[in-house]
Write a protein that binds this ligand. Structure first.
Ligand SMILES: CC(C)(COP(=O)(O)OP(=O)(O)OC[C@H]1O[C@@H](n2cnc3c(N)ncnc32)[C@H](O)[C@@H]1OP(=O)(O)O)[C@@H](O)C(=O)NCCC(=O)NCCS
Length: 382
């Protein structure tokens, strides 16, 4: 590769393929799934449900009532986890939620009726099952980690409400269910982000869909990607519940002075407000007030103003989702797994798209190692 053709570090701005799933304009702050603006899909009153968005990502169009009903029935069946998975969950040592999710997703493959069928129809069935299962996995993991028993999903509830019900044991309010539904919609897909790229690279070898998702979960776990939402909440808790916005500013100024990155800010693609943050900010405020702990939002708002003024960086998806999930009483260890509960829809849509028009993804490196050829010396001569 010639020097002037060299891509920027981290493959910044490199177009690595074609996709019909997600349109992202970082300059204008536009995010759209199959052409539908995420602001319309995530509208709190007139928007879509997460299940409609899943259908959209997988089929390229919104479902009619009958199609949505079929999908809801399939998801409801998938939410009932095999007993062997609950046993496997109980047998794990006390591990991080993302580690548990990665291991258990891999185990799910062994119990899937289509485990040995990598055809497109079978992979689609697995995509639907994985989407239903991941919600139950994360909620049940959360309950077991808190020393409580597993709760059976309720087929009458949608995906978001079921998640909250099987996590807390209480049927959520309409406000909480819709807020969580909207957060699932906002996290569903994001073009060629690191975990989706990892999934597509695996898919391009024609490996099975569970293997592609296990890799994606591993990539999402990192603090530069999905792991950032948990880091944001840890920072807010470090600052302290009663510290107030000015103490929060002082704390963050200290981090900036030490050249530390502030989780929840900055983005490789957006140069303006992350459209997902717009909704999450509003929901964080509303749910914070409702929970009687508005201080998390108040601190977050001041931190956002500071980072924008000092670093010209905007809040990303992970900043306000942290205080929003906290106000809903969700344990911090589940924040990044919840990202996966939603992103499984986008990951699987991309894997199916890759399978349908596949060529092995095998780029090159620019070699910067020792000059070739080096003289080889046998072990006893070195
Ligand atoms: C998202 C992220 C990984 C994008 O990284 P990137 O495109 O490689 O950008 P860089 O890390 O090269 O950052 C460019 C500059 O902005 C600064 N910057 C970027 N994000 C920052 C942050 N969150 N806090 C403080 N400074 C930040 C960098 O220090 C760098 O400054 P420099 O040029 O003076 O060295 C990065 O913004 C980040 O680490 N954010 C925090 C983690 C996070 O929230 N991840 C979730 C993403 S949705």
């Amino acid at each position: 590769m010639s020097a002037d053709a060299k891509p920027k570090a981290g493959l910044e701005d490199v177009v690595a393929g074609e996709s019909a799933i997600c349109y992202l304009d970082g300059e204008r702050g536009v995010l759209a799934y199959q052409g539908y603006d995420v602001h319309d899909l995530a509208n709190a009153d007139r928007g879509a449900s997460f299940e409609e968005v899943c259908y959209l990502l997988w089929h390229g169009r919104l479902p009619n009532r009958a199609e949505l009903g079929d999908l809801q029935t399939q998801l409801a069946a998938a939410r009932i986890l095999p007993e062997s998975i609950i046993r496997a969950m109980k047998s794990l040592p006390k591990v991080d939620g993302m580690d548990a999710l990665r291991t258990l997703t891999s185990i799910l493959h062994h119990y899937d009726p289509d485990a040995n069928d990598n055809s497109i129809p079978a992979s689609y069935r697995k995509a639907v099952r994985l989407t239903g299962q991941l919600g139950s996995l994360v909620a049940t993991w959360g309950r077991l980690a808190a020393g409580q028993g597993a709760i059976d999903p309720d087929p009458a509830l949608g995906h978001a409400a079921n998640f909250l019900y099987t996590l807390t044991g209480t049927r959520p309010s309409a406000l909480a269910a819709r807020a969580f539904d909207v957060s699932l919609i906002l996290h569903a897909d994001h073009e060629l982000n690191a975990s989706t790229f990892a999934a597509r690279v695996s898919a391009a070898t024609l490996t099975d869909i569970h293997s592609t998702i296990v890799g994606a979960i591993g990539a999402l776990k990192g603090p530069l990607h999905g792991g950032a939402n948990a880091e944001v909440m840890k920072m807010l808790l470090d600052i302290g519940k009663d510290a107030g916005p000015e103490k929060a500013v002082e704390h963050v100024r200290g981090k900036l002075a030490r050249k530390e990155k502030i989780s929840g800010f900055g983005h490789r693609v957006y140069r303006t407000e992350d459209p997902r943050a717009t909704h999450l900010r509003q929901m964080s405020k509303k749910l914070g007030e409702k929970s009687g702990e508005p201080q998390w939002y108040a601190m977050s708002e001041r931190i956002e103003q500071l980072i924008l003024a000092e670093k010209k960086l905007h809040a990303n998806v992970d900043f306000y989702s942290a205080s929003m999930f906290y106000s809903m009483g969700i344990p911090i260890d589940l924040y990044t797994p919840i990202f996966a509960v939603s992103r499984i829809s986008g990951w699987t849509a991309h894997v199916l798209e890759q399978y349908k028009n596949n060529r092995l993804i095998r780029p090159r490196t620019d070699y910067i190692g020792p000059k070739y050829p080096q003289q080889f010396l046998a072990l006893d001569q070195r």
